[in-house]
Design a binder for this molecule. Structure first.
Ligand SMILES: NC(=O)c1ccc[n+]([C@@H]2O[C@H](COP(=O)([O-])OP(=O)(O)OC[C@H]3O[C@@H](n4cnc5c(N)ncnc54)[C@H](OP(=O)(O)O)[C@@H]3O)[C@@H](O)[C@H]2O)c1
Length: 235
């Protein structure tokens, strides 16, 4: 697709992968709306990128409603691409993970994208085109110690995505799942400070470049799922 002039939502666009992706999309001429939970971080990112922003927690049905009211008011209900990027992790052994933690992680990583997709689909179906990118993780395919809440939420997102692909593919709607391995961002940092990119770990720009590239495929083509690994990861 040609990104120039296309209308794109990036959830969780105030830092990390979402911020890099929004920036790269704007550089390609797209009109982008970023969302997040903190208005000062959003405003700062949006000013640097040259995009719109709205404070909206993807785990809140009211905030999802507000996001799509913005699309109606500002884009006349046109939405070319939805990028479900907002996500968080809480990591502990199962016996030390309270039920609230499972609910919190699932609310953002699973129910958030589901609510966003349910609002985006009718707009795309009416126009007979659209693309949805779900940011999952390599943890959507393999669990790891202390990752039961996070990995389970991404496994759930993967199941949802695979079913969605089958439902909307013949409606000319593309659904992509991108699985980053570890990326140096503010992910998992309660202070929300971004980690410095290092030689051997992925940075957010490599995931952003992946997302931009797959969207740029001609609309008759899509990649249901792809993983991005660091080439020379030394742990
Ligand atoms: N970093 C990694 O190693 C890694 C690996 C694989 C997959 N991923 C996935 O990649 C995606 C992006 O992660 P990242 O590394 O870029 O993390 P990040 O730097 O922590 O950024 C997450 C973004 O999402 C926003 N956000 C968090 N909760 C939200 C909510 N409930 N509603 C709306 N926005 C919310 C954050 O802003 P506020 O905090 O201000 O709301 C921030 O803008 C996530 O889905 C993550 O699971 C990351």
């Amino acid at each position: 697709m040609n990104l120039k002039g296309s209308k794109i939502i990036v959830t969780g666009g105030s830092s990390g992968v979402g911020k890099s992706t929004a920036r790269m999309l704007v550089e390609h001429g797209a009109e982008v709306l970023i969302t997040g939970r903190n208005s000062s971080r959003l405003e700062k990112a949006a000013n640097a990128i040259g995009c719109a922003w709205i404070e909206a927690d993807v785990a809140s049905a009211d905030a999802v409603e507000k996001t799509f009211q913005w699309v109606k008011d500002n884009w006349n209900n046109r939405l070319d691409v939805l990028i479900n990027n907002a996500g968080l992790g809480e990591f502990a052994p199962v016996e030390d993970t309270p039920m609230e933690s499972y609910h919190r992680v699932f609310s953002v990583n699973f129910f958030g994208p589901v609510m966003m997709v349910k609002k985006a689909l009718p707009l795309m179906q009416r126009r007979g085109s659209g693309s949805i990118v779900n940011l999952a993780s390599t943890s959507s395919m393999k669990g790891f110690p202390n990752g039961s809440a996070y990995a389970a939420s991404k496994f759930a997102l993967r199941g949802f995505t695979q079913s969605l692909v089958e439902e909307v593919r013949n409606q000319n709607i593309r659904v992509f799942q991108v699985n980053p391995s570890e990326v140096s961002t503010a992910f998992g940092n309660p202070e929300r400070e971004e980690r410095k990119e290092t030689e051997n770990k992925l940075g957010p720009d490599q995931i952003a470049q992946t997302i931009v590239s797959i969207l740029q495929l001609p609309e008759k083509a899509f990649i249901p799922e792809l993983s991005v690994w660091a080439t020379n990861s030394k742990f």
